[in-house]
Design a protein around this ligand. Structure first.
Ligand code: NAD
Ligand code: UD1
Length: 337
């Protein structure tokens, strides 16, 4: 069975490609490489010993997308393609709404035209309301987004739900918590452009000496040690969650939503301590002001994914820290040689 991964050269897409290939699926990737490198695809092939069909294109271009569906017997789509930088979305809201909504709608239209019935979408924990009590369950109210990026996820969830209702398609909305880490081979990993916004890539770049020290954004939150608490999940676990979602979509119709997290909160200081211990390396840090838009804590209730997908995260914080460092150390400049 061939699966189309839009944005499949990116961080989550490339790891998902590995897990799908390992499970015997054929993988077709459509990616414009606006935030990734073709080298990631070559490395996916190296890890798995299998080949990937790659199309370099913007999935909003109907002709190009149409050709991909026509040339391959695609039976399911996992839609990763989109812009994802929160701060940038605040500065350039129209670009974010245009690219993210248009990409999702064009892909859904392509599926409709070619009779493809299974869809998995990369949503985010950011769709929950900031007022929701922790841990987040899938039935809680959404729409508490604080930036255009988050709103695009909220809107696409609605677009997918309506389309599935109208067409009889089966759709799975995956709300990711905080994916971190890298494939244990160290061949693929997260390769952020410029200075990383997210915690783990920042810590890894401090460890490799590219950045001087970590700024911890606030130590006065109402959390056990005063620093922000998140639900970090190993990227390999997250990727396996997509395989489980595909299997679920094969067996059900309609739209279902799942949290993909580990179901436990970890503070910034805990993550730093684990990184230092797992890799025997010191991470210099200072406390600074809180980052605008940050919340104190956020973690998932993962019961639904466990019960309906039969999926649960297996890897722990030490695995995440070890594999992040392994990737960073082997590829100090990411995919750029
Ligand atoms: P990424 O930027 O590494 O991957 C996205 C890929 O999509 C990139 O390879 C990029 O080149 C490609 N792309 C962007 N616009 C495109 C277009 N119009 N046509 C074709 N390709 C296009 O990001 P990621 O971290 O792998 O995230 C994948 C998805 O998961 C995104 O939709 C993101 O919003 C979502 N998500 C990510 C996180 C996270 O923490 N990484 C959390 C929640 C949700
Ligand atoms: C961020 C995004 C969110 C997105 C998620 C996953 C913002 C406001 N939110 O969330 O929309 O879904 O990434 O991609 O950008 N931290 C530091 N120093 C740093 C970086 C982070 O102390 O240099 C702290 C943060 O304050 C937070 C924790 O580390 O408490 C995790 O931050 P981050 O990795 O950016 O993820 P989120 O804040 O959860």
């Amino acid at each position: 069975m061939a699966v189309l991964l839009t944005g499949g050269a990116g961080y989550i897409g490339s790891h998902t490609a590995v897990e799908l290939l390992n499970e015997g699926y054929e993988v077709v990737i459509a990616d414009d490489l606006s935030n990734s490198s073709e080298e990631a695809i070559r490395r996916v092939e190296k890890i798995t010993g299998k080949t990937v069909s790659f199309y370099r294109c913007d999935v909003r271009e109907w002709e190009a997308l149409n050709r991909i569906f026509a040339d391959n017997s695609i039976e399911a789509v996992i839609h990763f393609a989109g812009l994802k930088a929160v701060g940038e979305s605040v500065r350039e809201p129209l670009r974010y709404y245009r690219v993210n909504l248009d990409a999702a709608m064009t892909v859904l239209e392509g599926m409709q035209t070619h009779g493809v019935k299974r869809f998995v979408f990369s949503s985010s924990a950011t769709v929950y309301g900031a007022e929701c009590p922790f841990p987040y369950t899938e039935d809680m109210e959404t729409g508490g987004c604080t930036n255009p990026y988050g709103w695009t996820k909220f809107m696409i969830e609605q677009i997918v739900t309506d389309t599935a209702k109208a067409t009889g398609m089966s759709a799975v909305l995956l709300r990711y918590f905080n994916p971190v880490g890298a494939h244990p081979s160290g061949l693929i990993g997260e390769d952020p452009a410029g200075i990383p916004n997210n915690l783990m890539p920042f810590v890894s770049q401090v460890a490799v000496g590219k950045l001087k020290r970590l700024n911890i954004f606030g130590n006065d939150y109402p959390t056990p040690d005063g620093t922000g608490v998140r639900d970090y999940i190993h990227i390999v676990d997250l990727a396996k969650g997509h395989v489980a979602a595909l299997v679920y979509a094969e067996q059900h119709t309609g739209t279902e939503v799942f949290n993909l997290g580990r179901g436990s909160g970890v503070s910034v200081l805990e993550l730093v301590e684990n990184f230092e211990r797992a890799n025997d390396i010191k991470i210099p840090y200072v406390f600074t002001e809180r980052r605008e838009g940050d919340i104190a804590e956020c973690w998932a209730d993962t019961t639904k994914a466990k019960e309906l997908l039969g999926w649960t995260a297996k890897l722990g914080l030490e695995d995440m820290c070890r594999d992040s460092w392994n990737w960073q150390r082997q590829n100090p400049n990411g995919y750029d040689e």
